[in-house]
Ligand binder design. Structure first.
Ligand code: ATP
Ligand code: MG
Length: 357
């Protein structure tokens, strides 16, 4: 048999470890050539950083070992085109591809550790994105510790239903859904268990009248348990934006969330270091209150980049407390949030090129 044909035949039995189907069936083999006893393969991957890449390589190499008269195997991995990726995802999970949010940029804001500024970043990012002409929605996925309504100046507002759908609350065009806009008292604790919470989040995603959104931000609850993980998996192409402070304790927990995201193929968009330093308004000196260096290590560990550093600014906290985030109302902190947002947009666009072609 001709060598190339023989190789195609062998590849019919080499499986992708994630999709559990052969590389041929998944249309991942783009080219097979044999030149001077060297096999040259072009293999398509759904993602440049596809976690199964090395395992695929090992599987191919061990399968081709049987082949006689071959000195070497060269494998060239490239990213799939959008419709090829769609096809492959459709095989895995048709619901994901036909999901109403397939064309929306989804950014889940998570940290692992509590109190590092996830909600503050989510709220400011929302208004900064909106200002640049995007249609933005926020899901407050922190059911026990919801804070988005207060932060966005919508405390006390109640959602309404229309034609069997839930109408989200709105602030300056940004659509918001939070369990806090359903309950009567902000002080009354919510005592639901995990399956109920996931049910509510599913409703937030499916039964809310979001209209068309360019960006959907998800304010994740703190922790590294099932909940943040499940939420990220409920939507297609979720990007995880990690917020951390420069402390080792924060970056280690953030690292665990990032690790979990990798495990379930959620893309890590990048890291934001919040509360990076405090700058004295009199002498201009920068004080690194929570230390330094940890965030760089975290980004390296997660194979991602730092998309911005936000200093501790009293006004950021004050504006949040009064329900007028700085990117909506102006003031100290506005410029830095805008810069961070621009970096995030850039990163999302890079990512989209990879995912949607
Ligand atoms: N850069 C900053 N400068 C000053 N204050 C900040 C900054 N970032 C966040 N804060 C304040 O820190 C507190 C915690 O922030 P936030 O609620 O956003 O954290 P979180 O990670 O969402 O917390 P949780 O885990 O409880 O949901 C808030 O009072 C907020 O106003
Ligand atoms: Mg929060």
């Amino acid at each position: 048999m001709d060598k190339v044909k023989e190789i195609y035949k062998i590849l019919e039995n080499v499986k992708d470890p994630k999709f559990k189907k052969s590389l041929m069936e998944l249309e991942m083999v783009e080219e097979v050539k044999v030149e001077n006893s060297i096999v040259k393969l072009k293999i398509l991957l759904p993602d440049e950083r596809y976690p199964q890449k090395n395992r695929i390589k090992d599987n191919i190499l061990s399968a081709l070992q049987r082949l006689e008269g071959i000195e070497n195997v060269e494998i060239n991995f490239t990213e799939m085109h959008a419709d090829e990726k769609r096809k492959i995802l459709e095989k895995e999970n048709p619901l994901k591809v036909n999901h109403p949010f397939w064309g929306t940029n989804i950014i889940a804001v998570g940290s692992g550790k509590g109190g590092v500024g996830k909600s503050t970043v989510t709220a400011n990012l929302a208004f900064a994105l909106q200002r640049e002409g995007n249609k933005v929605g926020i899901i407050d996925a922190d059911i026990y510790g919801y804070s988005i309504p207060r932060l966005m100046g919508l405390e006390g507002g109640r959602v309404r239903g229309k034609d069997g759908r839930i109408l989200p609350l709105e602030r300056e065009g940004v659509k918001i859904i939070s369990i806090g806009s359903f309950t009567d008292s902000e002080d009354k604790p919510i005592i639901w268990r995990a399956p109920m919470i996931l049910g509510v989040l599913k409703q937030f995603m499916e039964e809310v009248d979001w209209g068309e959104l360019d960006y959907l931000l998800i304010d994740l609850p703190p922790g590294t348990g099932d909940s943040p993980l499940n939420i990220m998996q409920m939507l297609p192409n979720t990007n995880l934006l990690i917020v951390t402070t420069p402390q080792a304790s924060a970056s280690h927990v953030a690292g665990r969330v990032g690790f979990l995201a990798n495990e379930v193929d959620v893309h890590i968009l990048g890291v934001i270091e919040n509360m990076s330093y405090f700058q004295c308004s009199n002498c201009g000196e920068k004080y690194k209150i929570f230390g330094e260096g940890e965030t760089e290590e975290l980004a390296i560990r997660l194979n991602t980049s730092i998309l911005g550093r936000i200093p501790l600014i009293t006004e950021i906290r004050e504006k949040s407390d009064e329900g007028n985030p700085t990117t909506l109302s102006g003031g100290a902190g506005e410029k830095i949030f805008q810069e961070v947002t621009d970096e995030i947009i850039k990163e999302v666009k890079n990512r989209n090129k990879l995912v949607h072609g």
